[in-house]
Design a binder for this molecule. Structure first.
Ligand SMILES: [Zn+2]
Length: 203
C-alpha cells in the first residue's frame, strides 16, 4: 500500500485526534476560519489523469489546498485499498493514522521538481506554494511515498526526476529488500543444485 507523507514527517508529533471520525474540513469551513483558498480547477493533466491548476497568479508561501478526507487507521487503509493500483492515503503523525483523500487535494499530481510542498499542522495537512505561480500552472508536490510493495514509476518529466514517486529513503529500503530476496533465491537455487548433484552421483 502506498502512502503519501509530509516532508516534515520526522518532526511531526503523533496525531492524537479521534480515528474513524467523520471530521472533514470543507472549503466553507476554511473560509469561516478566515483562510480563503485561491481559485483552482481540476482538469486533464499531462502528468497523470487529472490534476489541479491555478486559475490566478498565486504568491509564494500561499496555502492552496488542505488534504481533506476521513481519518482512518493505517490497517483500515490496507483493507480499503487492497489490490488497487493507487491510493489516496496521506500519513499523518507517526503514520498510525492516515487521511483517506476526499476533495480536490487528492487530484494534485506528484512532481520531483514540485511548485508546492505539504506540511502537517495540528494533524491537518496543507499544501502551500514554494514559489510564485502563474495562472494556468499545474499544482504539484512531492508525494514522498512510503510503505510500498510495487513500483510507482514517475513520469513528471522534470530534469531531476528520480524515476519513482517513492521518497529517496523508501527507494533505498525497497532496493535493500529486493537485494535480500535475490540473495535468498540464489542461495536456494545453489542448495537445489547441490541436492540434485548428490542424487545424480548416488544413483
Ligand atoms: Zn519525477
Amino acid at each position: 500500500m502506498r502512502i503519501r507523507g509530509p516532508a516534515n514527517a520526522e518532526q511531526a508529533a503523533p496525531w492524537a485526534g479521534s480515528v474513524n471520525s467523520s471530521v472533514r474540513y470543507t472549503a466553507e469551513q476554511l473560509v469561516s476560519e478566515n483562510r480563503p483558498l485561491p481559485r483552482l480547477i481540476t482538469r486533464s493533466s499531462d502528468i497523470h489523469a487529472a490534476g489541479c491548476f491555478a486559475l490566478e497568479d498565486i504568491p509564494k508561501g500561499t496555502v492552496v489546498l488542505e488534504y481533506t478526507g476521513e481519518r482512518i487507521t493505517k490497517e483500515e487503509g490496507d483493507v480499503r485499498y487492497d489490490g488497487r493500483p493507487f491510493t489516496y492515503l496521506f500519513g499523518i503523525g507517526d503514520g498510525a493514522v492516515v487521511i483517506d483523500g476526499h476533495g480536490m487535494a487528492m487530484f494534485v499530481n506528484h512532481s520531483c521538481d514540485p511548485n508546492c510542498e505539504t506540511d502537517e499542522i495540528d494533524g491537518r495537512i496543507i499544501i502551500q506554494t514554494l514559489r510564485n505561480l502563474k495562472a494556468g500552472e499545474e499544482i504539484t508536490y512531492d508525494y514522498w511515498l512510503y510503505d510500498g510493495e510495487d513500483e510507482a514509476p514517475c513520469y513528471c518529466g522534470s530534469k531531476n526526476c528520480r524515476g519513482s514517486m517513492y521518497s529517496p529513503a523508501e527507494v533505498k529500503r525497497m532496493q535493500r529488500v529486493a537485494a535480500k530476496a535475490k540473495k535468498q533465491a540464489e542461495l536456494a537455487e545453489r542448495k537445489n543444485r547441490a541436492a540434485s548433484n548428490r542424487e545424480h552421483s548416488n544413483p
